[in-house]
Design a protein around this ligand. Structure first.
Ligand SMILES: [Zn+2]
Length: 407
């Protein structure tokens, strides 16, 4: 008996060592030279599924069409709760992703007691990486701002812009600014503030064409927002062809940042969240497809530098609690994409329906939405490239910092 116990004990120890040894050898601390982090704001599992269901419909299939990022080889699941709620806000979620620490809803870049936290983008900057921050929402909105600022509140938009020069980050691209003209009339507008501190602010494609090759720091904005506040939570879904697409912002960023130095590009698809908040199905899907086109630009870069590039695509939380199919009879709850698609196309690929009309359309097309806010559902993470394996399986949003840095 004693011998058997000893044998079990020895085997247990060997077993533990074996497991530990395997984990050690599998552990990949590679820090990619080129890092892309895409955050589909509000892009929970169900919104990715809705998008792929619609894409399959357009291809004449029941299912099977995939986005570029959902075909990445590494897949994981991320919990998103904040320090004070199962349902996070974007500020607390962005803070958790950037700093590796949970905070309460409403805090941006700071802990619950107000202590400023450190975004991993600063670790990379200090180690010689160039840093790019991109969003199709305003640059001082919570998600992009979580990576470069620690304001007293997520709504202190001017204070967020004041922190851009302190970041020394190299490339910013977004729709424009909130609080372009500060509430305190003694202060310069956002453009002057940045230009006085070494950043060139560029409005639209024409101005971008004229940027000198010597320019070291740049903030790219849509021409329509020159000299004024950008829209905030107004997803009217009118596509202005003069606006930069996310794909353009990423390709311009790659061009601007690439030299001998490594770089990180953090890119938010913010309009996904805005459309999902008002439960507009097709604008949400269109915004996810726009994010995917931007991921594709990064993927093409990865194909040229496969050993040195990491691409991670995730979300900060789910918005809308949507479902593929809705109804009270199982035989009749499948999505009616033809209805949704015809309304979308008849209106020139916009959805200007009021809330009541939009709800009726969703019901008719059997697309379910359960809330106009966020949900506490877990979100997906997809990854490819150097260090991608670290994102496999279950993780928390506070794990991104260590996994991206390879710590
Ligand atoms: Zn968000």
């Amino acid at each position: 008996m004693k011998t058997l116990k000893t044998l079990i004990c020895v085997l247990t120890v060997i077993g533990l060592c074996g497991c530990h040894g395997t984990r050690q050898s599998d552990q990949d601390n590679t820090r990619a030279k080129y890092i892309f982090l895409f955050i589909g704001d509000g892009m929970g599992h169900s919104l990715v599924s809705l998008t792929e269901s619609y894409m399959s419909y357009k291809a004449g299939k029941i299912g099977g069409e995939h986005l570029t990022f959902s075909d990445f080889p590494i897949f994981g699941n991320v919990s998103t709760y904040s320090a004070d709620s199962p349902v996070t806000c974007s500020a607390a979620a962005g803070t958790a992703i950037a700093s590796g620490q949970k905070t309460v809803n409403g805090k941006l870049g700071r802990s619950a007691d107000g202590t400023p936290l450190r975004s991993f983008a600063f670790d990379l900057k200090n180690e010689g990486y160039k840093v790019g921050v991109i969003s199709d929402a305003p640059i001082n909105h919570a998600t992009p701002a979580a990576f470069y600022s620690t304001p007293e509140s997520r709504n202190h938009y001017y204070q967020i812009i004041q922190q851009i020069p302190h970041s020394r980050f190299d490339y910013f691209a977004a729709s424009g600014f909130l609080e372009f003209i500060p509430a305190d009339s003694g202060e310069p507008d956002c453009e002057k503030l940045l230009e006085d501190n070494g950043y060139e602010v560029v409005w639209g494609r024409d101005e971008l064409d004229e940027v000198s090759p010597e320019t070291e720091k740049i903030v790219l904005c849509n021409k329509e927002n020159k000299g004024r506040n950008a829209k905030n939570y107004e997803a009217d879904n009118c596509i202005n062809p003069e606006n930069f697409t996310l794909a353009e912002m990423v390709s311009t960023g790659i061009e601007f940042l690439t030299d001998e130095d490594p770089f990180i590009i953090i890119c938010e698809g913010g309009l996904i969240d805005w459309s999902a908040h008002i439960n507009k199905t097709m604008p949400t899907i269109a915004s996810i497809i726009e994010l995917d086109k931007a991921v594709k630009v990064a993927y093409e870069f990865y194909q040229k530098h496969p050993e040195e590039t990491l691409i991670v695509v995730t979300s900060d939380h789910d918005t809308g609690g949507a479902s593929v199919g809705y109804g009270d009879e199982w035989v009749n709850e499948q999505p009616k994409w033809a209805i949704m698609d015809s309304v979308w196309n008849a209106a020139g690929q916009t959805n200007k329906l009021n809330a009541e009309e939009n709800e009726a359309l969703n019901a008719q097309a059997h697309i379910g939405w359960t809330t106009a806010y966020h949900t506490g559902a877990e979100v997906p993470v997809y990854a490819i490239g150097a260090g991608a394996k670290r994102f496999c399986g279950r993780m928390d949003n506070t794990d991104f910092k260590g996994k991206i840095l390879g710590e």
